[in-house]
Design a protein around this ligand. Sequence first.
Ligand code: GLC
Ligand code: CA
Length: 504
Amino acid sequence: MQPWWRDAVIYQIYPRSFADTNGDGIGDLQGILDRLEYLEWLGVDCLWLTPIYPSPMADFSYDVANYTDVEPLFGDLQLFDRLLAEVHERGMRLILDWVPNHTSIKHPWFEQARSSRTNPYRDFYVWRDGAGPGIPPNNWVRAWANEPAWTYDASTDQWYLHCFLPEQPDLNWANPAVRAAMHDTLRFWLDRGVDGFRMDVIHLLAKDPNFTDDPEDLKVLSHVVLNHQDGIHELLKGIRNVVKDYEGDPMMVGEVYLIDAPLVATYYGDGDELDLAFNFEPMFRPWRAEAWREIVNRVIENHDHRDAWPTWVLNNHDAPRIASRLRSAERVAAAAVLLLTLRGTPFLFQGEELGLENAVLGDGEVIDPGFRDGARAPIPWDATPTHGWTSAAWMAFPPDASDKSVAVERNDPQSMLSMYRAVLELRKGSVALKSGDFRWVTSDDRVLAYERVNGQEVLRILINFSHDAVEVSDRGHLLFSTGRDHRDGFDGHLRPDEAVILAV
Ligand code: GLC
Ligand code: CA
């Protein structure tokens, strides 16, 4: 039997922008609870909630002030328990976002730590002397700005490390007390019954004990994408021991934000570290058949030899939405077929199934310190002026919010939503698509052609990456197409930007 997370389609919820029920314009857990019917209807298997912990919101809950409670804007623990029970009741699973690399400056640990050099919590964080008066300990640069990853703390005359905002001090995982305390935060949620964790910037946990400068020519990238230390493998094994102690095979998917695919693959260990690691490369590649052929080959190269299971993702809360990147509804639909038919676990981001584009914000409207607001716009639930939000939402809706609302698309068999649902349904009924082998098929250069195979079940997928109509010699029974009714059959004529799934 496959572990559940190999078969699952995972749906990322950004709670703040999902659904609001109490009129403050901010999505909440009750909103998710009220919309579970929709998610079950859509056919996803597991929900991933981005952080729901109490937070001053400098980085929208990725600055955690308490790992074992719920942010009051979103609800409380009791409501969380109800949500989890209802998710399980409906046959779905739920994973939380675990933010182990840094806390908020408002976390009691940090408030203690900064109070004096001898405080017992001092060593929970990374403190260093400056390289000279007013000069940070080394040249590391924080995320999103060409600024030091260090902030000077005048009262104790030392600098603390923060790979992200100064409001997000890095924890010191070299300290066994930190490891123990953070392991306990996992147990807290596992005891409540969660099905696993998405582990935020997990590659940052092990730090260079010598705090060596980053190479000058790479510094522009920020230290976040440069930090890899072999010590991470021990830390991951320790985390895994905690998680896998629980029944139901709780899943660990790591955000390993390194730009080196072979290195990312080592985070699976020998099946004793992460279960899954995100693969972000495809998000930044052009929509061209050669580019995708190369990416898929890289995934095969890097994963197969260690029996590691790949992941596929086109959207998340950190990147511009694919509809804004590709600017063609036909191509977005073809990309969805690709995402859901490659070998691996696919991740969807709320609103992707509606074909939403990024919200367009004016100069004065940017809220996020990492400039990622566009993808985080609220979900339009219907075509009314407030789109199913009880009052004005906390930020602007995406373009064409009425036409792309859930209510409108649910009633339209040609909509992006109906398309996603149909492919998800097909996938659910097909062992070949969920877990079958992958093999390339020779076809036209403009077409990505491959098969998913499970014994007698052979599905052939053809993705036309061009705006041209293409003649192919492939034949088979048409199970799905982004461009035509399947009753029309398949005669070897691929339409511009069309993706088809054939049974052969
Ligand atoms: C991850 C999250 C991102 C967050 C950062 C710091 O990259 O996906 O949203 O800002 O970590 O926690
Ligand atoms: Ca609310």
